[in-house]
Design a protein around this ligand. Structure first.
Ligand code: HSE
Length: 429
């Protein structure tokens, strides 16, 4: 019987879920994989977590050196989150000849190149399925099952907190401010929700996923990012009337023209498969040249879903002797020949607060026309007039370049004295 010892750094939500799965399923792995996986060490200062999970006190290490020098430990699971001390601990583990499984997307996204270099140098494994989309096995699918493809596009709802907030705003007609407070009270959003609501978390995940998809390093710093804090219930309601739902999308595309990577709120047609991904659920919609479209859906966070991804990596690591590393050059920055498209193309939903009088609409469309923007749909809502008597004028454009929209919107705000731009939201067809 092959024996494999693991250590868990951090017994928080995810560490606790991982501990539970590993201990409860221990007999199963003996039967299914012929490997006895035991938790030999934990690094956690909170005594209440150790007691709540029923961890044997003799397994509690007092520092990282103790974990790394424990001969019973083969694999170290890092579930602490944040960059430091997680980075130093992971490097210490790799340099001590231990394979590492991590759920830390910020760490892997920012320093994966450095960690992988240490893993290669020490001939150990580095696994990170749990960094993206929690329990949804997207990384393994990309690394193994979808290898028969050139992946051309990946569109995902890869942040559960923002999907929960936008779903609540859509269903209850509440403002962002109201919903974020409720979400924090219920524990669905962090006390400091910046990483989720401003889109950082999604850019970390998109960086990791798009690098694998497109087989080239896509640093998170190259990803266009816009969060959800400016989304208003008014636009969600008009979007609904026009047949759209709002989602924070992570979009990656690769073509001969270059790579396009962006995270921003988008209107999605109600019949698009991503439109029905609600609450804190995540999904990734991948297009490959052989398989066509594939959508992976499930829980992107939580103790057991993320623990499920971690344990999958532990078993893979325990049952494979040949470690594998990135198939692209995993460096800090993108390769010099990687071309990024920043002036991307999209359709747009534009809402104006406009004076309800003859000629105003034509002034707006004439500015749009000047920048080559063609209008696909127009709605004027006389019931939606504000205190000054301005009405909501909504236009959905045909696909155009981002730079055209920026110029047109700036020109309308500057030149039209009785119309102002109230919202600009991209529309994914
Ligand atoms: N904060 C993340 C989310 C969960 O809301 O999706 C873990 O990645």
């Amino acid at each position: 019987m092959k024996k494999v010892g693991v250590a868990i750094l951090g017994l928080g939500v995810v560490g606790g879920g991982t501990y539970k799965i590993l201990t409860e399923h221990r007999q199963k792995y003996i039967q299914t994989h012929g490997v006895d996986i035991s938790v030999e060490s934990v690094l956690e200062v909170r005594k209440e977590r150790i007691h709540a999970l029923g961890v044997d006190e003799s397994k509690v290490a007092s520092n990282i050196s103790e974990v790394c020098s424990n001969p019973e430990v083969d694999i170290i699971i890092e579930v602490m989150g944040g960059v430091e001390p997680a980075k130093s601990y992971v490097l210490a583990a790799l340099n001590a000849g231990k394979s590492v499984v991590t759920s830390n997307k910020e760490l892997y996204c920012k320093y994966g190149y450095e960690l992988e270099k240490a893993a290669k140098h020490n001939h150990v494994g580095l696994f990170y399925e749990a960094t993206c989309v929690g329990g949804v096995p997207v990384i393994r699918a990309l690394l193994d099952n979808l290898q028969g493809n050139k992946i051309t596009s990946l569109i995902g709802i890869i942040n559960g907190t923002t999907n929960y907030i936008l779903t609540k705003m859509t269903n209850d007609g509440k403002s962002y401010g109201e919903v974020i407070k409720e979400a924090q009270a219920l524990g669905y959003a962090e006390a400091d929700p910046t990483s989720d609501v401003d889109g950082y978390d999604a850019t970390y995940k998109l960086s990791i996923l798009s690098s694998i998809c497109f087989n080239k390093k896509i640093p998170y710093t190259e990803i266009y990012r816009e969060g959800i804090t400016n989304i208003s219930p008014v636009d969600i309601a008009y979007g609904k009337k026009l047949g759209y739902v709002i989602k924070l999308l992570a979009i990656g595309k690769d073509s001969e023209k270059g790579v396009e990577v962006r995270v921003h709120p988008s209107f999605v047609r109600v019949n698009h498969p991503l439109a029905s991904v609600n609450d804190s659920y995540n999904a990734v919609y991948i297009t490959g040249d052989s398989v066509g479209d594939v959508m992976l859906y499930g829980r992107g966070a939580g103790a057991l879903p993320t623990g499920s991804a971690i344990v999958g990596d532990v078993i893979y690591c325990a049952t494979h002797t040949q470690h594998r590393y990135s198939t692209f050059e995993n460096t800090e920055t993108a390769a010099p020949d990687t071309k990024f498209i920043t002036n991307f193309q999209s359709a747009y939903y534009l809402r104006f607060l406009a004076a309800d009088k003859a000629g105003e609409l034509s002034k707006v469309t004439s500015v749009l026309g000047k920048y080559g923007i063609s209008v696909a749909q127009v709605v004027q809502d006389i019931d939606g007039n504000d205190k000054e008597g301005a009405v909501n004028l909504i236009l959905v454009t045909h696909s155009t370049r981002e730079s055209n929209i920026k110029k047109a919107v700036a020109a309308i705000d500057k030149d039209l004295t009785e119309t102002r731009v109230a919202a600009v939201i991209r529309v994914v067809s």
